[in-house]
Design a protein around this ligand. Structure first.
Ligand code: GTP
Ligand code: ZN
Length: 369
């Protein structure tokens, strides 16, 4: 490395630090820096192109080189990329190995899943105190979070609606028991309570907001960002060539440090939170099931099964019963993942990887001296 590229790289570090750039990424990026590529973080991906924040500003780049057939290896929001310094179009040439990845697993066998966000440190699961706690649903969100490699954090939103301290402490306790190893924070975006604690927690990395629709994610995001960014659907941006393009950022730097990712895909994770959803979608089957002889009827071959009777009578289609079963199985698979043993294993594994990462970084640091 010569002197000018050294100062260039420390300048990059400075400008990209608010987006999560650290010594680990810098070390990973070194070979690309030597080839003259710009480091940057992907803030949005759309068909064939993406927006990347780089030391020279937000640039629009073509993703042709980072769009392989495997949908899990497609560049996504949160990736650290190597971008060509110029060109029409300029291309993203590679992205750095991901530390964590949020993947939407599909229930269909032919699809491997879809990548939703990369390099997320904290998965903030919003649970509203305005509604009755659904711990099963929370478990599914926790499973999703653990699976990504991110550390889950539960925020109990709308805490202002539970003015009674004793009630709040019971609710807190219930959630804490459901989420071992997870920090649980009551917050009120309306009153500002708990926001400083959450902001401090998120200052150390990249976060995503998960949770049911209406739990107050957008309101919380705006409170954390200190402005109404989430309602702003379109912002005008200027790319390196001075051409105007309409963009929406899915990745934003928080004023108190840290980064927030909010992509439509991640929002959609709520749709995958089946649970009561399965019951809602297949309500007529649940109605039949209520008349089965056995309370725990699996509707397979049990005597007195009202669901099978409905199929025999032509009141219920075999196909519909099949997809109901499939969704239930999918659900059970996800819930099984939150099994305490598995949870503990996952925690150990990520601790181990964290330690390995730190050790590798220490080594690199040492080498540079
Ligand atoms: N009382 C109270 N209401 C809140 C608070 N935060 C949000 N709300 C209300 O809850 C409703 C839903 O809030 P949103 O922020 O839109 O919820 P969301 O999770 O982003 O919803 P989706 O965009 O559908 O995913 C709105 O009417 C908010 O005003 C809070 O701290 N206290
Ligand atoms: Zn039955």
């Amino acid at each position: 490395m010569n002197l000018s590229s050294l100062s260039a790289s420390s300048a990059s570090s400075h400008l990209l630090a608010p987006y999560g750039w650290d010594e680990g990424w810098e070390a990973e990026f070194a070979p690309y820096a030597e080839q003259g590529f710009l480091p940057g973080r992907v803030v949005r991906v759309d068909r064939g192109q993406c927006d990347v924040v780089t030391p020279v500003g937000t640039v629009r780049a073509d993703t042709a080189f980072v769009t392989p057939h495997d949908p899990l290896r497609v560049v996504c929001t949160g990736d650290w990329a190597a971008v060509e310094p110029a060109g029409t179009p300029r291309y993203v040439r590679a992205y750095l190995p991901r530390r964590t990845a949020f993947v939407r697993s599909t229930s269909s066998k032919r699809s491997e899943g879809q990548i939703l966000a990369a390099n997320v440190d904290h998965a903030v699961i919003a649970v509203s105190l305005a509604a009755e706690l659904d711990l099963g649903r929370l478990e599914r969100f926790l499973a999703l979070a653990w699976e990504s490699g991110a550390q889950p954090v539960v925020v109990l939103t709308k805490a202002d609606l539970v003015p009674d301290a004793v009630t709040l402490s019971y609710l807190l306790q219930d959630v804490q028991q459901t989420a071992p190893g997870v920090q649980v924070l009551p917050v009120s975006s309306r009153r500002g309570e708990g926001l400083d604690a959450l902001a401090a927690l998120l200052a150390g990395g990249t976060a995503v907001l998960l949770g049911q629709s209406g739990t107050g994610k957008s309101t919380l995001a705006n409170a954390l960002l200190g402005e109404d960014v989430m309602t702003v659907r379109e912002t005008r941006d200027v790319d390196g060539k001075g051409r105007h393009t309409t963009t929406t950022r899915n990745l934003l730097a928080l004023p108190g440090g840290g980064v927030l990712i909010d992509t439509p895909g991640l929002r959609g994770v709520g749709l995958w939170d089946a649970g009561s959803g399965v019951g809602q979608v297949f309500s007529e089957i649940e109605d039949f099931a209520a008349r089965c002889r056995f309370h725990d009827c699996a509707h397979v071959a049990e005597p007195g099964c009202a669901v099978l009777a409905a199929v025999a009578d032509g009141e219920l289609s075999e196909r519909r019963l099949e997809s109901y079963r499939k969704l239930l199985r999918e659900n059970q698979r996800i819930v099984a993942k939150t099994d305490a043993r598995v949870r503990a294993e996952l925690r150990r594994e990520w601790k181990r990887r964290g330690a390995q990462g730190r050790a590798a970084m220490e080594m690199k640091r040492g080498r540079r001296r």
